[in-house]
Design a binder for this molecule. Structure first.
Ligand SMILES: Nc1ncnc2c1ncn2[C@@H]1O[C@H](COP(=O)(O)OP(=O)(O)OP(=O)(O)O)[C@@H](O)[C@H]1O
Ligand SMILES: [Mg+2]
Length: 344
């Protein structure tokens, strides 16, 4: 199912939750809606589900306008953060619920429940009570309950927020696998950049009810279109650069390196990710102001000329011996930088 949203607006008592959003979800893709709290992610998801009616704009499923369709006609399934399972029913009964209210035959229900239990790796859990399950298992049941009705669209609203870090990582791989296997068009709301980068085919970065950028994880991470996206995706090193003119040559300069102007405007920002910085004998001097260890990597806060720059170095013995107040020499490859035009 392909989803098209055109000029969607939704206000709550004068607060604009969605401010003229247009986007497409391609058939079979997993699209992540990424943004900070209150930016309108859940509202957009609920308008797709038909649980909220938009003030303006249209929604199309496979080019058919569904803007005024009630939720039950849309064949979309939602997966929530708090699982929303029925506590008085066991696992199988929870999963079967949607089929029962659709008056599916008993034999057919049993077959479908067994199939979906296998899909979410819960074979043998059918008779368990909900309170006897771990958080990850509950979320699998919630996913199974959504899948069993064979929806055209899967809508996830921060489904993994209640799980610990390790389980979150394994569950998101699981969701990704199941989504790819079933090929159900999906929209996945999250405020976690890493989750969006790892789970989505494309990411929509949102801010204050608007779209900042739509792109593949690679585009969003390496080639943010604007400073909001860059900042949100964790670009720590942003440098303002003006044009240098010398002996008839024009270029930008960053730590002694010449950066070609190409067709860019007068004023730009240069983005350089911490992991793109190397330690090199031919580099420029940098004073270590701080070292923050993250296990396999440490983040170094460095002073280089008059700039502060952050660099991530893998903790091998070679760098493990550096201390605050040491001088090191750093370098980067010009091809690693990303340039954004315009003022801060
Ligand atoms: N039912 C409602 N009544 C009034 N205001 C609402 C309602 N639902 C959402 N809002 C407001 O609309 C804006 C967007 O809310 P929304 O829930 O879509 O954000 P979100 O991106 O999902 O945030 P979070 O990450 O915290 O879940 C917020 O300012 C919120 O307070
Ligand atoms: Mg939300």
């Amino acid at each position: 199912m392909e989803i098209k949203i055109r000029n969607m607006v939704k206000k709550f008592n004068g607060v604009t939750a969605i401010n003229d959003i247009s986007l497409e979800v391609i058939e079979g893709e997993m699209l992540a809606l990424l943004g900070s709290s209150g930016c309108g992610k859940t509202t957009l998801l609920r308008t797709i589900a038909g649980l909220i009616h938009q003030d303006c704009g249209e929604i199309y499923f496979n080019n058919m306008e569904v803007s005024d369709w009630p939720a039950q006609k849309r064949n979309a399934a939602m997966v929530f953060q708090n699982y929303a399972l029925f506590p008085h029913m066991n696992v199988s009964e929870n999963i079967a619920y949607g089929l029962k209210i659709r008056k599916t035959e008993k034999k057919e229900i049993e077959k479908k429940v067994a199939e979906v239990l296998e899909k979410v790796k819960l074979i043998g859990f059918g008779k368990r009570k909900i309170q006897e399950l771990s958080g990850g298992q509950k979320q699998r049941v919630a996913l199974a309950r959504s899948l069993v009705i064979e929806p055209d669209i899967l809508l996830f609203d921060e489904p993994l927020s209640n799980l610990d870090e390790k389980l979150r990582v394994s569950m998101r791989q699981e969701i990704r696998r199941i989504q790819k296997d079933t090929n159900i068009t999906s929209v996945y709301v999250t405020h976690d950049q890493r989750e969006a980068l790892s789970i989505a085919d494309r990411i929509v970065v949102m801010d204050s009810g608007k779209i900042c950028q739509i792109g593949t994880p690679e585009e969003i991470y390496y080639r943010p279109a604007n400073l909001f996206t860059a900042d949100f995706m964790g670009h720590l090193n942003v440098f303002s650069c003006g044009i240098i003119e010398e002996n008839g040559e024009r270029y930008y300069e960053l730590f002694g390196k010449k950066i070609p102007i190409e067709n860019r405007g007068k004023s730009i920002k240069i983005l350089l990710r911490p992991e793109e910085i190397d330690i090199s004998k031919n580099g420029v001097d940098a004073l270590i102001l701080d070292i923050e260890p993250f296990g396999s990597v440490s983040r170094y806060k460095l002073k280089c000329k008059n700039d502060i720059i952050y660099a991530d170095f893998i903790n091998r013995r070679r760098v493990g011996s550096f201390k605050v107040n040491d001088y090191i020499k750093i370098d980067f490859d010009v091809s690693a930088i990303h340039v954004i035009e315009g003022e801060l």
